[in-house]
Design a protein. Structure first.
Length: 258
């Protein structure tokens, strides 16, 4: 090979090597534009289809936690890139689908940035309200809830009378009510009626009291960032309480098996 050919080949190899190094050093997500030209209102519009409850204060809180780093204009305004939006989607999905603490999410992002973790796949997009899957704006009536759960309206009313279900406003129920009625109907087939289910409501209220004590320091502050943190911590601690309750019930039931 001539000297000129060898030199040209060396230049190509060096360029490829530099490109590989640059790709590895690029933060996740790779391949998306990092041109910061989107205002915070644009980001909210892009995210609200999947996360209807996302707010400006939530985005600022995630920025404070180091999970996203928007560019600041000379006037101090935040500007985001398409890569920033995808990063935010990842954070919000981890909170919604896995109730993952922000500290763990930040560690996962660091692993993705370093190429130590596989690229995450995009899950189905569900409308949520900060950790609670729901259809935006849905409030069940007694009749609609009974129809959706496949029970008689009298069964729903019995759960209300027993204090297992609670209404909002004029006999309407939140989106979680359907899950409660379906589970109650299944338990009723084993002879467990609404009176027995009151202890579940009592246990849930006590666990909610624990969560409220944890988030009280943030709820007592007026800043939007503090309120956003309260919501995030409440979702995380609430899920941990659920996991603890489930583990204890499973352990106790396992002792009944022959």
């Amino acid at each position: 090979m001539s000297g000129a050919g060898a030199q040209q080949r060396a230049v190509v190899v060096e360029a490829v090597s530099e490109s590989s190094v640059a790709q590895r050093s690029e933060p996740w997500p790779r391949g998306l534009s990092r041109r910061a030209s989107m205002r915070i209102s644009d980001v909210l519009a892009a995210l609200r289809l999947e996360f209807p409850a996302v707010t400006t204060s939530k985005l600022r809180f995630l920025e404070e936690q180091g999970l996203v780093e928007p560019v600041r204009t000379p006037a101090g305004y935040r500007q985001y890139s398409p890569a920033d939006i995808e990063r935010l989607r990842f954070v919000l999905r981890q909170q919604r689908d896995k109730y993952m603490p922000l500290k763990v999410i930040k560690e996962r992002l660091a692993a993705l940035d370093a190429g130590e973790e596989d690229e995450p796949t995009t899950p189905a997009r569900l409308a949520t309200r900060d950790g609670v899957r729901e259809t935006p704006g849905v409030r069940w009536t007694v009749e609609a809830l009974a129809r959706e759960a496949g029970v008689e309206p009298a069964f729903v009313e019995e759960l209300v009378t027993a204090g297992v279900l609670r209404t909002h406003g004029r006999s309407s129920f939140d989106p979680w009510a359907r899950d409660v009625v379906v589970a109650a109907a299944a338990l009723a087939e084993h002879g467990i009626d609404a009176r027995h289910l009151r202890q579940f409501r009592t246990a849930a209220d006590r666990q909610a009291d624990i969560v409220e004590q944890v988030v009280a320091p943030w709820r007592g502050r007026r800043s939007a960032s503090s309120r956003a943190r309260a919501g995030t911590v409440a979702a995380e601690v609430g899920e941990l309480c659920t996991q603890m309750h489930t583990a204890l019930v499973r352990a106790a039931v396992a002792e009944l098996a022959p």
